[in-house]
Each structure stands twice: as C-alpha cells, then as structure tokens.
Design a binder for this molecule. Sequence first.
Ligand code: FES
Length: 172
Amino acid sequence: MSIDERTEQDVAALRERIAADSLTSRRDYLRLAVTMSGGLAAGGVAVAAGVFHRHGSGTAPPKLVAEQLPPGQSVAFAYPGAEDRAVALRMADGTLVAYSSICTHLACGVLWRADRGEQGELYCPCHEGVFDPRTGAVTAGPPPRPLPRVLLEERADGIWAVGTLESGEEQP
Ligand code: FES
C-alpha cells in the first residue's frame, strides 16, 4: 500500500468518524431540547394547577406562631397548611407582621434580613428579590406580585396566625 493510498484511507476514516460524531451530537442536542421543553411544560402545568402552595384569602383554625417575638427578630412557621411556609417578624419599632415566605417569582424561600435596608428587608436570595416588610410590596428584583399576608393576633398567651390574604389584598 502506497503512502498516498494510506492517506486517502485515513482521510476517509476520519470523515466517517466526524460524520458519526456530528450525528451523535445532533441526536444528543435534540434529546436535550426535548427534555428541557418537556420539563418547562410540566413546570408550567404544575404552576397553573396550583401544585406549588400559595397563600390565599381565607380562614383556617388559629395557630400559635410564637410565645413572643422581640424587635428585630423573626420566626418561620407554616400556615394555614403544613406546606404553606411563612415568616412572622417584629420590626424595630414594634410593628408585628407576617407573610408567606414563598417568593412570588419562582417560589424560593424569602428570608427576613434585619441588616439590610433602613428598616430591614424581606429578601429572596435566588434572584435578589426584595419585599417591603411593612406591606409585602415588591421593592426590587423580578417578583411580579407582593407577598401574601398572614394575619396575626397578639394574645396574652402568644402570637397567633388567624387568617391569610391574597397577594396585594388589603387587610380588612
Ligand atoms: S425566586 Fe425569588 S426572586 Fe426569583
């Protein structure tokens, strides 16, 4: 076999390998695209169907949140259901509020950060979402709606969750 013949065979073999590789990568790309769009579609259906828990207007049996809550402190709890994550906080001036801690953007956990802003912030670390602790309104980032409010009552034996409001709904 001459050097030229071997070179031609090598080139042909190389072309076959490249063709096989590009077929494989095209197939892999298509598989990935189908998997991703399927996942997005399933996520959209789950959100539309209310699979992810959201607080809504309504009443539920009162639930003890904490016996006390000093200024600047927060407490995490679940209300009205076990999956309905919420946070109660007492601001430095004594104002007591509570909200769903499920971010209205993509449902990450919202945290009370007393060290941020002038009066503290409700902060979502996923995409830098920020909510006003006095109202639950969005003050920065991508969340599309305010945090739904959890209604509290301060009684002799502690702080109780007594109801919930829809996102943006005013307290009656
Ligand atoms: S999930 Fe909270 S800002 Fe995106």
